[in-house]
Design a protein around this ligand. Structure first.
Ligand code: ADP
Ligand code: MG
Length: 229
């Protein structure tokens, strides 16, 4: 028991330390990217230099994204649970995603009752659905659709819950991949961080919900969330 506690303490300390480290790396990274952008404006910069500068910028951007996701994963904020109208959360998000190039050719259909309310942290709720919708969109090549359904259900012990499913008709996953999707850093994408679903899982858990994923290769993927009502 004591040994277990010590281990938990040590893990928390490692999480804290790596979060600090990630934070410390982001500042100089911002300075590098800002300076390169300025130098790139100099009149003697030729095409070759421009290409090199754009590589530096693309890679610093990627690192920054990775550190941001990692920071959130290593040190998630304590949730502030409030009643959230799910219909509104999803509608707002769909409006936001409408201009995102990743959603080109992807139709999102949502059927969420207008009065469906969950108890969840507002920013974290948006992050959960953002990550799930982006994943669904990235699994779709050359047109497809994502459908979101929500309903009030009775959970364990008769507690009120909201069940939300997000279904896409994208690439789907092999059974081996499905087993690993919640592992931090598991990714099959070029330039992916593999922190999206690990973060979603963590957020859902700390807000008192649960989630599962069903997928079949070539058919598509369904993510099911049970969130506290
Ligand atoms: P990332 O998107 O950076 O790769 P995620 O944690 O969001 O990291 O996802 C991990 C992996 O799970 C993805 O690389 C992909 O292989 C798989 N995945 C997640 N969502 C879907 C989906 N809707 N359809 C197919 N594969 C998915
Ligand atoms: Mg992702």
């Amino acid at each position: 028991m004591a040994a277990e506690l010590k281990r938990a303490d040590r893990l928390a300390a490692v999480g804290e330390l790596s979060a600090r480290m990630a934070h410390e790396i982001r500042n100089p990274l911002a300075a590098i990217s800002g300076s390169v952008q300025l130098v790139a404006l100099r009149p003697w910069v030729d095409e070759k230099d421009e290409r090199l500068f754009s590589i530096i910028l693309r890679e610093t951007d990627r690192l920054d994204g990775l550190l941001r996701d990692f920071l959130f994963y290593a040190k998630p904020n304590q949730p502030t649970k409030v009643p959230l109208n799910l219909h509104r959360v999803i509608s707002d998000l769909c409006a936001l995603l409408a201009t995102d190039p990743r959603l080109e050719g992807v139709e999102i259909v949502h059927e969420i009752p207008a009065d469906l309310v969950v108890q969840f942290d507002k920013d974290q709720c948006t992050q959960v659905f953002w990550n799930l919708l982006v994943n669904a969109a990235e699994a779709i090549t050359g047109g497809g659709s994502i459908s979101i359904e929500g309903a009030a259900v009775l959970g364990h012990g008769g507690r009120g819950e909201v069940r939300i499913s997000i279904r896409d008709n994208g690439s789907g996953m092999s059974p081996e991949d499905v087993k690993r999707v919640f592992e931090p850093f598991f990714t099959t994408k070029k330039g992916g961080t593999g922190l999206g679903l690990a973060t979603v899982y963590r957020i859902v858990e700390t807000n008192g919900g649960r989630m599962s994923i069903n997928s079949s290769l070539g058919q598509g993927t369904t993510v099911v969330l049970h969130l506290p009502a």
